[in-house]
Design a protein around this ligand. Sequence first.
Ligand SMILES: NC(=O)C1=CN([C@@H]2O[C@H](COP(=O)(O)OP(=O)(O)OC[C@H]3O[C@@H](n4cnc5c(N)ncnc54)[C@H](OP(=O)(O)O)[C@@H]3O)[C@@H](O)[C@H]2O)C=CC1
Ligand SMILES: CC(C)(CO)C(=O)C(=O)O
Length: 295
Amino acid sequence: MDVLVFGAGSLGSLVGGLLARQHRVTLVGRAPHAGTVAAEGLTVDGEIECHVDPDGVTAVPPDASPDLAVVTVKAYDTDAAAAALADCDPGTVLSLQNGLDNEARLGDRLDSPVLAGTCTYGAMLTEPGRVTCTGVGEVVLGPREGGESAAADRVGAAFDEAGIETTVAADMPRRTWEKLAVNAGINATTALARIENGAVLDGPASEVAAAAARETARAARAAGVDLSDEAAVAAVRRVAEATADNTSSMYQDVLAERRTEVDAINGAVAERIDAPVNRTLAGLLRAWERARDRR
Ligand SMILES: NC(=O)C1=CN([C@@H]2O[C@H](COP(=O)(O)OP(=O)(O)OC[C@H]3O[C@@H](n4cnc5c(N)ncnc54)[C@H](OP(=O)(O)O)[C@@H]3O)[C@@H](O)[C@H]2O)C=CC1
Ligand SMILES: CC(C)(CO)C(=O)C(=O)O
């Protein structure tokens, strides 16, 4: 399969690197990483080790016509990704991003079928040309509106062939909302309290995380998706246990003084229903981002 990964930072480099063991892959990322990949290849280390030779570029090549485009930019860059992909008319598009509405935004702007995906692999770009796999997880993908499709089966088979743990699912709307509940519960709570994921399992942070997850489940049900409060809270606890020592991506963003994905996570919940916990978490993170922008 001819695969173009749009947004070759941490996750895109890991997924693209693993896919390159079996497929022709182009990583679209930033300098100097893209140049190093083009000149010297990409090294994957950590829980998976390999060295592969994908193409590395800083823009979608004018003659690109990929069978699959995997979108791995941060949620706030999704519209720009869609604009950049419009000209190359990918056979299928797959979002592996966190947050709500990424697939809808891509679908609104592209003619290609857009698949939803969730990913529990952990990735960290450590230097140009090198990405560390910090956790082997699973990719779950399927049609964004649910059900089955030949495109989802093809992409699932291609990921499988490359040795990526993959499930093709017919219930992506529920799974996307469940992942949102996990991120709504863990990310902002850990970023604001400056704690590792495991600290939401008990103590003062646990009720904040559970309340944010319950509100997310309520927003899911308002959108016609069957996600119970109990399932959402159980998912937060399961992930917090499995990633107890992790610094969540939002906490990492705050530590590095980077913009966060709060708008697509807690903000997306608070936009849909009256959700005081998510509204407060989003408000505090946005206040921090505003102060950061002014520094
Ligand atoms: N890292 C992880 O382990 C996991 C991440 N995710 C999700 O995956 C998504 C990506 O996360 P992550 O990989 O950590 O983020 P990164 O910031 O590491 O990667 C995104 C990359 O895309 C680049 N990019 C953005 N716009 C363009 C463009 N127009 N052209 C070329 N490159 C571009 C960014 O560059 P720049 O920063 O210069 O804009 C950055 O290098 C997020 O939604 C995250 O929540 C999900 C599961 C695990
Ligand atoms: C699952 C979790 C919470 C792992 O840290 C994550 O997706 C993130 O940090 O963004």
